[in-house]
Every structure is written in structure tokens, then in C-alpha cells.
Design a protein around this ligand. Structure first.
Ligand code: ARG
Length: 487
């Protein structure tokens, strides 16, 4: 073997040439981080690691973030005024191209951040290479996602209000309607229809409250964290926060680099909304069956059967109920995704987007459809009124009357229970039970029982704050009308 220096160089050069050739022969575009690499990315890796197919949804937020960053870089003297303007204009043009669907998103640039940065460089030249100063894609993606969630929260709150308006708007047409209230899905006590509608409004109000609370934690700026430890560039994070409308700065770069609790919190707010909507869907599906026949759903929100010509199916409500599964599944995916992740950014985190996008879209679509469905459904007043006397809805009222006359609750419960048993034996409502039964049950019932019985009397007898007492419900209904017209 020839060990001379010349032959060593010969060998070395040959190898070097071979390496370069592999790089230049590859069909892949040279990566922006390519300096250290001697090998091109395997095309299968490119396909596996890309996120542009889904994170392009963040493009406008990425551009907003970059424009704020640019302005800040100029203020601290990294960019000249002219460079700032070139970058800002370039980014704006790219934004317009994306908005009009003309932009060519490319898999080889992996994600939304690099697609936009590469397009900028292609457009304005080397000045564009200054944009990524003092930041990393790690703080960039977290910023984009926070901006997106912030907007989604506002969008979903507006949709929640629309649904609340639909419920409150039913107040006039359903005034005075009494429905059976159920526990264990067994008839329990009479309840005003409007009390039902306002119950949904209350749940939705808490959902809004949770979103607003989540928004406070979402609206904190991570940009300036750079990769994980911060940056030696004297960035003015407060300025960027002000420009982007963030309420404050995340205080620890190691934390903010990989924190995704804000995504999970949002997904969990959405999961609770979906849970609430699925309960409503289930209730209304039941009420629209021939067996209940309380509710006629608008036909525009039902679909038919391909084989049974008579069918008018509540598919929208069934899908609202069904889609809850994926919204809860998305939350579970996110929780499992971050489990056991060490501090700062890990690529696992790229998997946070599809579930959270899907949850937001799904819940928004459900809310959007439910508002008109709720507004246009009709209560079958006659059917409901006909069947209200079934199920001893007034038994508890009579028991409470006895309590008000000094009978201990447990004794009163026993006495009324026996009266219901007698009524069941005779197959009549309490009101039609012969007077001797009441007199025998308790002396105070001899004269007064019949005035207390019946669903209307039972509803009127309620007293407590938050009950279905008509005056109480009307007061609340007025407050809801006022509140929703102010919003
Ligand atoms: N596409 C990435 C994500 O969504 C962006 C951040 C990538 N950062 C990195 N160092 N590879 O998480």
C-alpha cells in the first residue's frame, strides 16, 4: 500500500468529490440548515417529517409574527429601515399570494415557517436571510399557534352566543309550555320549557368562561425564547408582544420552548363544549321520536333513508353526538403526546396540530348547525299537554306542602309514596284519587290537596332561586335577553 502524502491526498480528494456528487446529484432542494450535512435527506424522511400539508393553516399568523419581529429587529438596529420595509412588503405579498391560493407550498421546505422564509429569500434576495435573527422555529411555531387559538377562541365564543340567542329566542313561542322534567330519564317534576332552554344557556355560558380563562394563558408571547435558552441578540420581546396584542411575555425560555398546556387547555374547553352539545343532541333525538313526540325538528336539518320512504332522521343531532367522540379523542391524543416529554422543544410536538385543528373545526361546525336547528324546531304543545298528567310530576309538591304544615320530611315522603301507590293501583293521577285517600293519609290533606295538585299548580308552587317558578324563570329570561343583546 502506498502511504505517501500524495497518494493520501489523491484518495482524500477522490472521496470528497464523491461526497459532493451525492449531494449535488440528489433531486432534493438544499435545506436551509444544510451547512453541516454531507448527505441529502432521504425522500422518505422528507415525506415523514413534513408538516406543511397541515400547518399551512398557520400561514397568516406566521406572517404577522414575522412582520412584528422584523419591526423589532429594525428598532434594535439589526435591520436598516430599508431592509425592514423590504422584508415587511415581501412578507405582505407572500401573504396575499397565500390568501388567493396562488402560493406554491413545497414539501421539501418542510413546514410553514420555512416555506414562507424561503419564498421571502427567493423574492427579495439576501436581505430575507436576516429575518430569522434571534428566533427559532421553536418559538415561532408556538407563537403562530397561540395567535391561531386566540382567534379560534373568539370565533367559537361568537358561535356559542348565536346558539344561546337561538334558545333565548324561543322564549316567546314557548311561553307557558310545561314539560316533564326527568332524572334517570324517568318522569320527575314539571319544568317550564324556557327553564330547559335557559339551562342550556347556562352550560354554554360556563363554556365561554372557560374559553376566556384559557385565552389569558394563551395570550402570552413565547417569541424571543429562540431555540430553548434565549438569544444573545438584544431582542425587545415586549415590543413584539405589544405589536401582536399579547398580554405579556412567557418568562422562562426553557419552559416556553416546548410548553403545550395552552393547546391542551383549549382542546379540553372544546371537549366540554362537545359534551354539552352531545347531551342536548341526545335529549332532542329522544324528544323527536314517535314515542316521545314532544318535538318536531326542522326538515332542513334532517335526512331521509335510502330504503324506508317514511323516514325523517335526526342525522344532524346524531352527528353532533357522534363527533363528540373525536373531540374527546383529540384531547386524549394531545395528553398522551406530551406525556413524559423532557423540557424544551421535541419534534413530537409537531403532532399537536392536527388534533387541535380538528377539534376547533368540529365544535365550530356543530355550533353553527345547532343554532338554526334549535331556532326552527317546534314543540308539539298539544301532545305535551295531553301527557303531562302521566308520571306523578306533582307528587313532590304535595310532599313539600305537608312539610310546610309541620310534617317531618321522611314522614311526608312515606305518606305521599303510599298515596301514589294507591293511585297507581287505580290507574289514575293523584288529582283523581278519591278524597277519602287524602283524608286517611293525613288530616291536613283533606281539604287542600286538590288545590296543590296538577302540573300547573306544581310549577307555580316552586319558590327557590334558580327554580322553575314562572316569575323566577321570566326574570332570568329577561336578563338573558338583555345580556345577549348587549354582547
Ligand atoms: N414544524 C415544527 C412543529 O410544528 C416547527 C418547529 C420545528 N422545530 C425544529 N427544531 N425542528 O413543531
Amino acid at each position: 500500500m502506498d502511504l505517501s502524502l500524495d497518494s493520501f491526498y489523491e484518495l482524500h480528494n477522490l472521496n470528497l468529490e464523491a461526497t459532493v456528487a451525492t449531494v449535488t446529484q440528489t433531486p432534493n432542494v438544499k435545506k436551509p440548515w444544510g451547512g453541516v450535512f454531507r448527505e441529502a435527506t432521504d425522500p422518505r424522511v422528507e415525506k415523514f417529517t413534513e408538516s406543511i400539508s397541515f400547518d399551512q393553516r398557520l400561514a397568516i399568523y406566521d406572517i404577522q409574527g414575522s412582520q412584528a419581529h422584523t419591526q423589532m429587529l429594525a428598532t434594535i438596529g439589526i435591520l436598516t429601515g430599508e431592509e425592514r420595509d423590504q422584508i415587511t412588503t415581501g412578507l405582505g405579498e407572500i401573504g396575499a399570494e397565500i390568501a388567493s391560493g396562488q402560493f406554491d407550498f413545497r414539501q421539501e421546505f418542510e413546514d410553514v415557517h420555512m416555506n414562507i422564509e424561503q419564498a421571502l429569500i427567493a423574492r427579495i434576495g439576501d436581505v430575507g436571510r436576516k429575518l430569522h435573527t434571534g428566533r427559532s422555529r421553536n418559538d415561532q411555531v408556538s407563537t403562530d399557534l397561540r395567535l391561531w387559538i386566540r382567534d379560534e377562541i373568539d370565533r367559537i365564543i361568537a358561535l356559542i352566543k348565536d346558539l344561546q340567542r337561538a334558545f333565548v329566542g324561543r322564549g316567546k313561542q314557548d311561553q307557558g309550555v310545561i314539560l316533564p322534567g326527568y332524572t334517570h330519564l324517568q318522569r320527575a317534576q314539571p319544568v317550564l320549557a324556557i327553564h330547559y332552554w335557559l339551562a342550556y344557556c347556562e352550560k354554554l355560558q360556563r363554556d365561554q368562561g372557560r374559553l376566556l380563562d384559557c385565552r389569558r394563558r394563551v395570550n402570552q408571547l413565547p417569541l424571543g425564547t429562540a431555540a430553548l435558552a434565549g438569544t444573545t441578540i438584544a431582542v425587545d420581546r415586549q415590543m413584539v408582544a405589544d405589536l401582536l396584542g399579547f398580554d405579556g411575555l412567557l418568562a422562562n425560555s426553557l419552559d416556553s420552548s416546548g410548553a403545550r398546556d395552552f393547546v391542551i387547555e383549549f382542546a379540553s374547553c372544546l371537549a366540554l363544549i362537545a359534551e354539552h352539545l352531545s347531551g342536548l343532541a341526545e335529549e332532542w333525538i329522544l324528544w323527536s321520536t314517535s314515542e316521545f313526540d314532544f318535538l318536531k325538528l326542522p326538515q332542513a336539518f334532517c335526512t331521509g333513508s335510502s330504503i324506508m320512504p317514511q323516514k325523517i332522521n335526526p342525522d344532524v343531532l346524531e352527528l353532533v353526538r357522534g363527533k363528540t367522540g373525536r373531540v374527546v379523542g383529540n384531547l386524549t391524543s394531545l395528553l398522551v403526546l406530551v406525556k413524559g416529554l423532557p423540557l424544551a422543544y421535541n419534534r413530537d410536538l409537531q403532532e399537536d396540530k392536527s388534533p387541535v385543528f380538528d377539534s376547533a373545526d368540529t365544535v365550530a361546525a356543530c355550533l353553527e348547525l345547532l343554532a338554526p336547528l334549535v331556532a326552527d324546531a317546534e314543540l308539539n304543545r298539544a301532545v305535551i299537554a295531553n301527557r303531562l298528567e302521566d308520571g306523578y310530576l306533582d307528587a313532590t309538591t304535595l310532599m313539600e306542602y305537608l312539610i310546610s304544615q309541620g310534617v317531618p320530611q321522611r314522614t311526608a315522603h312515606e305518606i305521599i309514596g303510599q298515596l301514589v301507590a294507591s293511585a297507581l293501583d287505580l290507574g289514575v293521577p293523584l288529582r283523581q284519587l278519591p278524597i277519602e285517600h287524602f283524608t286517611a293519609a293525613h288530616p291536613t290533606l283533606s281539604g287542600s290537596a286538590h288545590e296543590i295538585l296538577g302540573v300547573q299548580a306544581a310549577v307555580d308552587a316552586f319558590r327557590s332561586y334558580g327554580s322553575t317558578n314562572p316569575a323566577e324563570v321570566e326574570k332570568q329570561w329577561n336578563q338573558w335577553q338583555k345580556k345577549l343583546s348587549e354582547d
